[in-house]
Design a protein around this ligand. Structure first.
Ligand code: F6R
Length: 353
């Protein structure tokens, strides 16, 4: 039930702070120790020489973020693959691979096809899904829940942030990161709420930057590039504004020729190491007439930026920076008079290959 909300998507965006808190309470006990993750999962992952994350759409994008946690905290090389590609073009595998399937529904046919293939090859598998008792959770060796509650809107929002949180928790459980992740996730939840409470800012940004536009861009580097592809998918799938999300450094290798007077270019700026380079890229598109909309953390922000993000651990910033993108997509779609929850040509659960 949507309750007071006009659309499920807005309700589900709003629920992200609660879901994050729920996950930290479920996966950490009062002494900050990991709980509810079978030690067999941890052992199997520790025994692997490489992790393969396999997923589709938004879940694939959550994998792009999670890769960083598994590599930086768990110290296991990690590849992220699109299910429909992996299914018929299986890459050469390492000696001891471990497979992670990410899915909201647990029923995505492309991912099921890969799980079938991999099970036949005898490799260990874990599904992280929102719908437990789904095909992907039942047929994998192990399963972990996202605890996001039902996601009804076709555009996935809270499942994405829940997937990122569970990947972080799992990588933290395997590795020896110094981070107090339970505390960090509690901070994330608080700051998510701060952003959610500023929705009117994103309504204004969406209306001024996207009204009447036919195309848009999201750019960033590193983790921000990973979020840029998700931000672009959210905007294009519900507003039908053709949106590309990509690594900012790639602009000069071709895409910059698409920039015209007024083209909206959203820049995500949360990673200190590359902030100077991204600023340069923002200046380059602005010089060619782009309307640049910069979403930056306080530390990296400059006068004229469109929105200042609250700050948490840099690796966890995707959990915050995606929310403006979700809300911008929501309001741009409302502005066009479209059905936010049910974009044309799409189904919530894609059960055909
Ligand atoms: C986009 C979206 C889709 C799904 C994809 C995978 O907003 O929802 O891209 O992420 O179809 O679905 P699941 O996660 O159910 O496997």
């Amino acid at each position: 039930d949507k309750g007071v909300y006009p659309y499920y998507m807005l309700k589900e965006v709003d629920e992200q702070a609660i879901v994050t808190r729920t996950l930290s309470q479920y996966y950490f006990d009062d002494e900050n120790n990991i709980q509810n993750i079978d030690t067999k999962i941890i052992d199997a992952m520790k025994a692997a020489d490489r992790l393969y994350i396999v997923a589709a759409g938004t879940s694939y994008h959550a994998g792009l973020v999670g890769k960083r946690y598994f590599e930086q905290w768990a110290k296991i090389p990690t590849e992220v693959h699109i299910s429909s590609e992996f299914a018929y073009d299986q890459p050469m595998l390492s000696q001891k691979p471990f497979f992670i399937f990410l899915s909201q529904s647990g029923e995505t046919a492309d991912s099921r096809e890969v799980l079938d293939n991999i099970t036949k090859q005898g490799y260990p598998t874990l599904t992280i899904a929102n719908v437990m008792n789904s095909t992907l959770t039942r047929e994998a060796d192990f399963a972990l829940p996202l605890l996001a509650g039902p996601e009804i809107a076709v555009a996935s929002t809270k499942a994405y942030t829940a997937q990122i949180s569970v990947e972080a928790i799992l990588a933290h459980a395997i590795g020896h990161s110094e981070l107090d992740l339970k505390l960090e996730l509690a901070k994330v939840a608080v700051e998510m709420q701060v952003i959610i409470d500023q929705k009117e800012d994103f309504k204004a940004i969406a209306e001024s930057a996207l009204s009447g536009q036919r195309s848009a861009f999201y750019i960033g580097r590193g983790l921000d590039a990973a979020v840029a592809v998700e931000a672009a998918l959210k905007l294009k799938e519900i507003s039908y504004i053709q949106t590309e999300g990509f690594a900012a450094g790639e602009l000069k290798h071709g895409t910059i020729s698409l920039i015209e007077e007024g083209t909206p270019v959203f820049a995500l700026l949360t990673q200190a190491k590359t902030a100077g380079l991204v600023r340069g890229e923002i200046a380059q598109v602005a010089a060619r007439g782009a309307n640049t909309i910069v979403i930056a953390t306080k530390e990296l922000a400059k006068a004229g930026d469109a929105y200042i993000l609250p700050e948490v651990n840099e690796l966890l910033m995707p959990l915050l920076e995606v929310i403006p993108a979700q809300l911008i997509a929501y309001y741009a779609t409302l502005d066009r008079g479209l059905d936010v929850d049910r974009p044309r040509n799409l189904a919530k659960s894609v059960t055909v290959q």
